[in-house]
Design a protein around this ligand. Structure first.
Ligand code: DAH
Length: 339
């Protein structure tokens, strides 16, 4: 039995010296020390030994077991170190390798232009507000002096949720919501999405964006309107930009106007871009109608104001010379990555 134990010790030593990986080590552990292992098999035969032999063999068996265990532990440590070394070797950093390009997106052209417009108005002391896209008929039409059956509703046909709730056709309802919740002096712009039941073509979309502007205070006049909007146009289009105001009609302003800028392509001569006009329409505006002020509990005898509304797509199309509105919404990366 003594020789058998020594043989096991020698065999284990021999095998351990050639171990290649953790799996093989585990195999050896089972082979020698496991429940059905060689050493265990010998220990099971201890009963057949004489009383004198038993403690001697027992002690030797324990020694052999401890020896094998210690070697296995050392072996494991060595394997781990080797693995780590290998990993470190594999992970060496080659600083001469070309880097991986991080593809990051860029801002949508509509947002680029919107940011610019926001900056201009913020610089003139305006706040930015917003209102709901699903809007009451009252805010979208009624309170803006567009009662049911008013012909202005024809040009702003929209999507009705029910008789009293619509997808807003304009950002003008933000005027009402602002005047209901703020006291003059008021200076706000309200950018946002609007909806109309229009068929899609190069210049129409059932969804587009507007930017509303509203100023209400004591003694606000048409001169303030013109000064503000001319300043806006000169910052947006450059100091040489020329503007003109044409009389127009909007139910919620009186008097009303449209502001054009001189075509920056032909400088007033007339070209394809301005359709031969020499001027390009940029926005609608006017002095807030006394009835609208009244609808919001503001006394038109004390306060006056001006309002404006512009289409963001139009401004962006002119800014970047884009001739088809649909490009903004198609999410074609070849288009979007140019900005
Ligand atoms: N809401 C108008 C539209 O969608 C645009 C507009 C015109 C807004 C004149 C205004 C304004 O605030 O004063 O056609």
């Amino acid at each position: 039995m003594k020789t058998a134990l020594e043989a096991i010790r020698a065999a284990a030593q021999q095998e351990l010296s050639q171990i290649a990986d953790a799996k093989a080590l585990e195999g050896l552990r089972v082979k020698y020390l496991g429940k059905k292992g060689e050493l265990t098999a010998i220990l099971k035969q201890m009963g057949s030994l004489s009383a004198e032999e038993r403690p001697i063999i027992g002690q030797l068996a324990n020694e052999v077991r401890a020896d094998i265990e210690a070697r296995m532990e050392a072996c494991q440590r060595e394997l781990k170190a080797r693995l780590q070394e290998q990993q470190l070797k594999n992970e060496t950093l080659d600083v001469t390798m070309p880097g991986k390009r991080n593809v990051i997106g860029n801002k949508h052209p509509l947002n680029l232009v919107l940011d610019e417009i926001k900056e201009i108005f913020l610089g003139m002391g305006f706040d930015i507000v917003s209102g709901p896209e699903v809007e009451y008929d009252y805010y979208n039409f009624e309170a803006l002096n567009i009662p049911k059956n008013h012909p202005a509703r024809d040009t702003q046909d929209t999507f009705y949720i029910n008789d009293n709730i619509v997808l807003r056709t304009q950002t003008s309802p933000c005027q009402i919501r602002t005047m209901e919740t703020r006291k003059p002096p008021i200076r706000v712009i309200a950018p946002g999405r609007v909806y109309r039941s229009d068929a899609v073509d190069a210049t129409h979309s059932p969804l587009f964006h507007q930017i509303e502007g509203l100023v209400v205070d004591k003694g606000v006049t048409m001169a303030d309107l013109k000064g503000t909007l001319e300043t806006f146009a000169k910052i947006l289009y450059g100091p040489d930009a020329k503007t003109r105001f044409r009389p127009h009609h909007f139910p919620f302003t009186e008097p009303s106007a449209e502001m054009d800028v001189m075509c920056f392509h032909c400088h007033g001569e007339g070209c394809r871009l301005c359709k031969g006009e020499g001027w390009i329409e940029i926005l609608g505006c006017g002095m807030v109608h006394p009835k609208v002020l009244q609808n919001c509990g503001i006394d038109p005898e004390v306060y006056s104001g001006f309002a404006l509304g512009m289409g963001l797509e139009r401004v962006a199309m002119r800014r970047y010379n884009i001739d088809d509105l649909r490009l903004f919404y198609e999410n074609d990366v070849r288009f979007l990555s140019q900005f």
